[in-house]
Design a protein around this ligand. Structure first.
Ligand code: NAG
Ligand code: NAG
Ligand code: NAG
Ligand code: NAG
Length: 218
């Protein structure tokens, strides 16, 4: 996964990459019922979320208003915080959906404290201004081992464009992800795509976009 981390994480403005795997959607508990059966949060995961919040310098839409250390028992339960979903079996945070709306998006940086959420399967930070002071896509995102869905669209990471031209083995790397459903590698300076795969594992692949690359072969 780490090599994919390096390749896939180089997602900049001209290169949109989505990794969407065949995750089972869990029905959301209705807001009004079930509250008793909601899991309560794991303390070190709450600390990690609060550290993430610490990296946010502006939150005009108040997405993180419910993320508080003080307050009553329920307020401290990070599984009840906005955008946070925990597994109802283990209590681990498995989903963070903090999609902004760009004009009012959060500003700041993506804190590496998220690494403590080692059961995180779904991370959506899209449409926020989270490129941070360096503007670079944080490499640690490649170490989130349970991740199945990552959406960093419109965060405006920048650098010297995206150059995956030396990443010649990308088809093999992707072939290690049998659950991969959508792969968009448009405009990533990919140079080759003619590798033969002895065994094609990508049985769930529905969409592959490799447009706007300059392949050095037919
Ligand atoms: C936990 O989630 C599973 C899968 O969504 C669901 O089938 C089950 O009913 C839930 N259990 C509780 C106690 O909410
Ligand atoms: C990613 O998020 C954007 C909104 O910020 C949304 O339009 C897009 O559909 C999402 N992509 C995927 C693959 O879910
Ligand atoms: C995918 O297929 C290759 C052969 O091309 C095999 O070596 C590899 O173990 C497979 N990986 C997975 C994750 O199934
Ligand atoms: C892929 O294309 C490049 C450039 O034309 C060529 O050198 C290489 O041998 C090709 N590889 C395969 C597996 O066909």
């Amino acid at each position: 996964m780490h090599r994919i981390g390096i390749a896939a994480m180089l997602v900049l403005s001209s290169c949109f990459l989505f990794l969407t795997t065949h995750a089972q959607q869990q029905p959301r508990p209705a807001a009004s019922d079930n509250t008793a059966s909601l899991p309560s949060c794991i303390p070190h995961e709450r600390d990690a979320l609060l550290s993430f919040k610490h990296g946010i310098t502006s939150d005009p839409a108040g997405l993180l208003n419910s993320w508080r250390r003080d307050g009553g028992h329920d307020e401290q339960d990070c599984c009840r915080w906005r955008g946070v979903r925990c597994s109802n079996r283990t209590g681990h945070v498995h989903k963070l959906r903090l999609r902004g709306n760009y004009e009012e998006g959060m500003e700041g940086k993506i804190s590496p404290s998220l690494l403590a959420l080692d059961h995180l399967e779904h991370l959506d930070l899209s449409s926020n201004h989270l490129a941070g002071p360096t503007g670079r896509l944080p490499e640690f995102l490649g170490s989130l081992k349970s991740l199945k869905y990552l959406n960093l669209s419109y965060i405006s990471f920048h650098g010297s464009d995206v150059d995956l031209s030396t990443t010649v083995d990308w088809p093999h790397v992707m072939n290690m992800l049998p659950s991969l459903r959508v792969l968009r590698l448009s405009g990533c300076s990919l140079a080759s795509a003619n590798q033969s795969l002895p065994h094609l594992n990508l049985t769930n692949l529905e969409e592959l976009d490799a447009s706007q690359n300059s392949f050095n072969h037919p």
